[in-house]
Design a protein around this ligand. Structure first.
Ligand code: NAG
Ligand code: NAG
Ligand code: NAG
Ligand code: NAG
Length: 379
C-alpha cells in the first residue's frame, strides 16, 4: 500500500528530476573545496591535504542560500575578494547572482538586469583583476561588473553589451577560459585543433588571428575549461577537458604551450570542473567528486599523476546509485530536494541521449504513478 509521505516524496523527486538541478563546485580564497547543492546541501571539504582522509566534509548549508534547483548552475571564485558567485542557482530567479561570503558563511541575492543576456544560454568567465564577468550568450558578448562585492548591492547590477566576437559563432557552443586577462575561446568554428581565439579584456579587443600552442595538440571539439589559480595574481594556465574525457590538456599562455595529462577516470560530458592552484577537480553528474593533483611547471610529475576521489565528499554525500530499480523510494528517503537522482548515474557510462530519454521516461512514470495513486486514494 502507498502511504502519503512516500507519495509526496515521490512527487518531489519527480519534480526535482524534471528541473535537471545541478550542483556546482568552487573554493574559497584559501582553497577550501566547496560543493553547493549536492544532495540538497552545501559542503566544505577543506584543503587538498584532507580530501582523501575519509572524514566527512562539513555541512555548511545555511539560510539565504539559493535552492540549487536551477539548470546548468555555475559557481565562480572571486579570489581577490573571497566571494563565490552563483548563477542559475534558483530556477525561479534565473537572472540573479547569488553571493556566498565564506568569511561570514552568509548568502545574499544580487538582483541583475539581463538586457540581451540570456541566463539560460551562456558561458562566462570571471576576470581575476577587475572582478568583471564576461559572457558569450547567443553569439553576443556581455559583461557584468561585480565591483568588490562580497554581498549583494541594493542598487542592482546590469549585464552590458560588448558586441559580437570577431569570429563566427554559428552553431558555436562556447568553450571559454581565462588566463592573463585574456579570454581564450576553444572549439571555434574554422579554427584548427591546438589554437584558440582570444579576447583581450583590458582593451576590449578581439585578436584578429587565432593563437597557436605548441606541444600537445588539443582537439577542436567541445569540452569544459577552467583556469588554475595562482597564490596571487592572474591565472597563467587553464585546463581543457574534451567531452569524451580522453585527456586533460593544460594550456600555458606565458609559453603558449600545451601539455597533455591523464583524462578523468569518470568520462562524463556533463561533468563540471574547478581548478585551484595544485589540483583540477571534477564534479560528475552522479555527484562523484574526483581530482587530479597538479604542480605547475613539473610536467613529469603531472603526467604521472592520477585522478582520485575526494573521499570526504563521498563520505558526506555519496554518489547516486546506478541500480535505479528501487523506483525512487530509496532516493526519496534521502532528501526530497536531492540535486541529483538515481536516474542520472547511468548517463555517465554511455553519455547518450538514450540515458536522458530513459530518465525523462522514468520521471513520467513516477509522476503518473503518483497521480494515479493519489486519484485512487481520493476515491
Ligand atoms: C543547459 O545547458 C544545455 C547544454 O549547454 C542546454 O542545451 C540547455 O538549454 C540548458 N538549459 C537551461 C534551462 O539553461
Ligand atoms: C553598489 O552600490 C553603490 C551605492 O549605491 C554604488 O556606488 C556602486 O557602484 C554599486 N555597484 C557595485 C558593483 O558595487
Ligand atoms: C603567447 O600568446 C599571446 C596571445 O596571443 C601573445 O600575446 C604572446 O606574445 C605569446 N607569447 C609567446 C612567448 O609567444
Ligand atoms: C547502491 O544501493 C545499494 C542498495 O541500496 C547499496 O548496497 C550500495 O552500497 C549502493 N551503492 C552506492 C555506490 O551508493
Amino acid at each position: 500500500m502507498f502511504r502519503l509521505p512516500t507519495l509526496a516524496s515521490l512527487f518531489l523527486l519527480a519534480l526535482s528530476e524534471a528541473a535537471h538541478a545541478s550542483p556546482c563546485l568552487a573554493s574559497d580564497a584559501n582553497f577550501n573545496l566547496l560543493v553547493f547543492g549536492l544532495d540538497g546541501k552545501d559542503w566544505n571539504a577543506g584543503t587538498q591535504d584532507t580530501w582523501t582522509s575519509g572524514s566527512a566534509a562539513k555541512d555548511i548549508t545555511t539560510s539565504g542560500r539559493p535552492p540549487f534547483d536551477g539548470s546548468n548552475t555555475t559557481c565562480y571564485l572571486s579570489q581577490f575578494y573571497n566571494a563565490v558567485y552563483v548563477m542559475n542557482g534558483d530556477a525561479s530567479n534565473p537572472s540573479a547572482v547569488h553571493i556566498y561570503n565564506p568569511a561570514s558563511s552568509s548568502w545574499s541575492t544580487q538582483s541583475v538586469s539581463t538586457g540581451g543576456f540570456d541566463p539560460s544560454n551562456f558561458n562566462a568567465i570571471l576576470d581575476h583583476d577587475t572582478n568583471v564577468f564576461y559572457a558569450l550568450s547567443k553569439g553576443e558578448m556581455y559583461f557584468l561588473d561585480m565591483g568588490s562585492l562580497t554581498s549583494a548591492n541594493a542598487s542592482g547590477l546590469t549585464w552590458n553589451d560588448v558586441g559580437k566576437p570577431s569570429f563566427s559563432t554559428d552553431n558555436y557552443q562556447p568553450v571559454m577560459a581565462l588566463a592573463q586577462n585574456h579570454i581564450h575561446f576553444l572549439d571555434v568554428p574554422n579554427v584548427p585543433a591546438g589554437s584558440a581565439q582570444i579576447f583581450v579584456i583590458h582593451f576590449s579587443y578581439f585578436q584578429p588571428d587565432a593563437q597557436a600552442y605548441s606541444g600537445a595538440t588539443f582537439p577542436a571539439t567541445h569540452g569544459q575549461a577552467t583556469s588554475f589559480f595562482q597564490a596571487s595574481g592572474v591565472q597563467q594556465e587553464f585546463a581543457f577537458i574534451p567531452d569524451d574525457g580522453s585527456a586533460t590538456y593544460v594550456i600555458n599562455v606565458e609559453t603558449n604551450t600545451t601539455t597533455s595529462l591523464p583524462g578523468p577516470s569518470v568520462k562524463d560530458a556533463s561533468a563540471t570542473y574547478f581548478a585551484g592552484i595544485t589540483s583540477l577537480v571534477q564534479l560528475a553528474s552522479d555527484g562523484t567528486v574526483s581530482y587530479l593533483p597538479y604542480k605547475q611547471g613539473d610536467v613529469q610529475t603531472d603526467q604521472a599523476a592520477s585522478w582520485g576521489k575526494v573521499a570526504s565528499i563521498a563520505a558526506a554525500a555519496p554518489p547516486s546509485n546506478t541500480s535505479s530499480s528501487a523506483s525512487g523510494s530509496a532516493s526519496a528517503t534521502k532528501g526530497s530536494s536531492s540535486a541529483k537522482s538515481s536516474g542520472t548515474a547511468g548517463a555517465n557510462a554511455d553519455q547518450s541521449s538514450d540515458a536522458l530519454a530513459s530518465r525523462e521516461l522514468k520521471i513520467a512514470i513516477l509522476a503518473g504513478t503518483v497521480l494515479s495513486a493519489l486519484a485512487f486514494g481520493l476515491l
